[in-house]
Each structure stands twice: as structure tokens, then as C-alpha cells.
Design a protein around this ligand. Structure first.
Ligand code: CP
Length: 314
């Protein structure tokens, strides 16, 4: 057991041992999810505010389910119907939520660093549910959990992340997590979206998709993050699909046991062929399912939980 943190703000600052503690704790919570009674009292009497200031389907609902299974009281903050619209600052909004006895703030925000900022001005636990193009730590943890569950290990695997790396918080968090756990990470996509500066994070960069996926054990696809791009970074969606989309012909050239991942939302027919998304090579929905156990583990550990042995005994 290696965990002594009040917040989960990013993967960059975690050690491999801390990441493995989350994965082992999540494995114990996944077993709880297979019991007739799926709830545990770990957060009974605690209040969690889900402060989503940017759209979300998977992360928001996954956090809410995780909190329910830990017996927490939950407030779902709706930015559109809040006083943020009247000019209240994020700090004042969060301070008011804390004054209403919030013990945890789970925040998604378009500004990189928003969770780090809140962790400095609040006493509550802060969990990053995605901050701009910076990090999406629980996504990377659930991705690592899914890879380890399906492949039995992470160390030594070839993982190719294909798509819009530059604007992707999922890419950054996955790069940190996978390299810390000993995977060989290759990044691929248009040169405008996959600059060579990413090599400084310990990755290999290539702009040749067939070469990037040939030896991959995991092909991790990302959508084009139009909402963060300030200008068109490639000529057209059609050209992107032709040059970088994962289709049946490309997948046929990969290892027969290579698996396909995607954090969602997917754009069928753009970065991924629809048949591949629905095939038994795809882990997309397993990733979503595993998100519940991983987020339960994160909430449990930042609350001072003692690790997987405590859950097995509960
Ligand atoms: N993977 C992910 O973050 O999806 P949402 O934006 O729907 O939460």
C-alpha cells in the first residue's frame, strides 16, 4: 500500500507504486461490484460535489455511481443553472460549496490547472475529472486497469496512442501512467497534432500509422478535440480518416491479439471504423465499466482508506 495524498490532481506527480495502489484497490472494488449488495459504507456521512463546468457523459455518471456505492451524499452542480453565469468566480463558487459542508469537490473545467488552484484555496479533497488539455487522471487509471486486466501486465507492452495528442488530456495522463508502469508508448497522428516535443515525455513519435500500429499490443484511439483547437490542424476530416483512421484493412496488419481502446466519446467513421468499435477487439465499454471501480478506489484512498485489504475485509 502506497498512498498518502489528500487530492488526486494529476498522474505526473504520482509514483508507479501509487498508481499500482489505485489499480489494486480498484480490483478489490470490482469484486464488491459483483456482490449482491454492491454498496460499502466507506464515505457514509461525507458530501461529494460533482462540479462539472464542461460537458461530460461517462466521467460524471461514473463518479456519481462510484459515490453512491461508497454511500456518500452527492450534489451534482449544474454550471448552466448556477451563479457562475452571474459572474461569480470559480474560487467563490467552490468556497460556498465548502461552506455548505462539501468534503470532496470533483471538478471538470476547461481551464488547465483549475483543480490544482482549488486544492490550494480549499480544505476539501479535490479530484481532477479533466482540466482543459492538461490531465484526466481517472481516465488514465481506468485505462491502465483495463490493460492490466486484459493483458495481465503493463510492463513491456507496446501501446500506441493514435490521434489528436496535442489537445488531449487523456493522452498526457496515459503517457505519464503507462511510461511510469514500464510500457513502451508510441504516439501517432498528423504532425500538427503530434509534435516531436512529446518525445521529452519518454515516448516514440511517428507520423506513419501503419508502422505505429504494426507491433502494438494496445491501440488507443483519440478523437479530434475540435472544442480546443483554435484553427484547423489538417485539411479535412475525410483526409484525416483516410490517413489515420483505424479501419479493417489497417487492423488486419496488426498483431492478432492487439486490442483497441478509446476514452469516448467516439466519432464512428472518423477515427474508428464502426465495425471495429463494436467488435470483440474493442475494450471501449469495458473501460467505461472499469471506471466505476477505479473512481471508487480514488475516492476511498484520498479519504484515507488503507488499501485493498481493507475492502476485502468489509
Ligand atoms: N472519457 C470521458 O472523459 O468522457 P466524458 O467527456 O463523456 O466524461
Amino acid at each position: 500500500m502506497s498512498w498518502n495524498r489528500k487530492h488526486l490532481l494529476d498522474i505526473e506527480s504520482l509514483s508507479a507504486a501509487e498508481i499500482l495502489t489505485v489499480l489494486d484497490t480498484a480490483r478489490a472494488f470490482k469484486a464488491v461490484g459483483e456482490r449482491a449488495i454492491k454498496k460499502v459504507p466507506a464515505l457514509r456521512g461525507k458530501t461529494v460535489v460533482n462540479l462539472f463546468v464542461e460537458p461530460s457523459t461517462r466521467t460524471r455518471i461514473s463518479f456519481e455511481l462510484s459515490e453512491q456505492r461508497l454511500s456518500a451524499d452527492i450534489i451534482n452542480f449544474t454550471a448552466e443553472a448556477s451563479s457562475l453565469k452571474k459572474g461569480e468566480t470559480l474560487k467563490d463558487t467552490a468556497k460556498n460549496l465548502e461552506a455548505l459542508n462539501a468534503d470532496f469537490i470533483v471538478i471538470r473545467h476547461s481551464a488547465a490547472g483549475a483543480p490544482h488552484f482549488l486544492s490550494r484555496v480549499l480544505n476539501s479533497h479535490v479530484i481532477n475529472a479533466g482540466d482543459g488539455a492538461h490531465e484526466h487522471p481517472t481516465q488514465a487509471l481506468l485505462d491502465a486497469f483495463t490493460i492490466r486486466e486484459r493483458k495481465g501486465k503493463i510492463e513491456g507492452l507496446n501501446v500506441t496512442i493514435l490521434g489528436d495528442i496535442l489537445f488531449s488530456r487523456v493522452a498526457r495522463s496515459n503517457i505519464w501512467a503507462l511510461t511510469k508502469l514500464g510500457a513502451r508508448v508510441t504516439l501517432c497522428g498528423p504532425a500538427t497534432l503530434v509534435p516531436r516535443t512529446f518525445e521529452q515525455m519518454g515516448c516514440r513519435v511517428t507520423h506513419n500509422v501503419d508502422e505505429a500500429i504494426r507491433d502494438a499490443d494496445i491501440i488507443h484511439l483519440l478523437r479530434i478535440q475540435h472544442e480546443r483547437q483554435r484553427q484547423t490542424m489538417f485539411p479535412s476530416i475525410g483526409e484525416y480518416t483516410q490517413l489515420f483512421g483505424l479501419n479493417k484493412a489497417r487492423l488486419a496488419q496488426t498483431k492478432p491479439d492487439s486490442l483497441v481502446m478509446h476514452p469516448g466519446p467516439i466519432n464512428r467513421g472518423v477515427e474508428i471504423d464502426s465495425d471495429i468499435a463494436d467488435s470483440d477487439r474493442s475494450l471501449i465499454l469495458e473501460q467505461v465499466t472499469n471506471g466505476i471501480a477505479v473512481r471508487m478506489a480514488v475516492l476511498f484512498l484520498v479519504n484515507g482508506g488503507k488499501g485493498p485489504q481493507e475492502i476485502a475485509a468489509s
